[in-house]
Write a protein that binds this ligand. Sequence first.
Ligand code: PDD
Length: 281
Amino acid sequence: RIAYVNGQYVQHSEAAVHIEDRGYQFADGVYEVCEVWNNQIVDMPRHLDRLGRSLSELSIDWPMSRPAVEFVLRQVVRRNKVRNGLVYIQVTRGVSKRDHFFPPANVAPSIVVTARSSSPAAVNAQAEAGISVFSYPENRWPRVDIKTVALLPNVLAKQSAKERGGKEAWYVDADGNVTEGGSTNAWIVTKDGKLITRPAESGILRGITRTAILDLVEREGLSFEERPFSLEEAYDAKEAFVTAATNIAMPVVRIDDKVIGNGHPGSVATRLRELFHTATD
Ligand code: PDD
């Protein structure tokens, strides 16, 4: 496998950044995960728009021009012969002696790009069974709109879900509303068939898959509303699912100890999942 690190394509097994990289010491960096489907990077412009926004919110410069970043992403996909899988990009504030203050202006941001194949069959098998999620108290910083590599709360929430047999954690805020998953956006379908997902203005990352699914929902003329929903409402929903670049729309069949709907993947989530790649082609 090949990775890209600060201007060079290197063997993945030997790819390394310096111990004084600010990503390592302060989680002072941002990232994107894009799906690769049929050799194409899905929704790359939107991912790079969001990367630019994350960088600018943290006053980190682009490590190189946006077209150059696009070129490297495509190169890493190609050099690893990824037909279906993921490409990952991480940009940090760079390498400098440990000091909380930003480093001098001449310190260049670090950039790392990796890619790996994944089996669509394995993800599809999971989608046919549906996943369990477990609620978890919202304990992240308020700037979850920035896609930072500071993911310790997400790691702990997801691990806690895993130890109870789940695949995802759903954060619940102080008002009892679901914000999002540890690495996904959260959706429900009400008993009268309306899709609900939380507005992206507060409490969540504006998922690229979420935006693409909303486009699809409008195109298909499905009934939907962007509003917060409570954990109680989710327990009572006809369907639930999560969206992310890593799993498109993944049906949720259990939340905590409650079976959702009839305990099988819902028809809306399944249809959106089937339509997704035709809509992004
Ligand atoms: N996670 N919310 C959070 C907290 C996320 O980390 C992610 C993505 C999403 C969905 O965003 P998108 O649709 O753009 O993938 C929502 C990536 C996949 C990850 O950390 O692996």
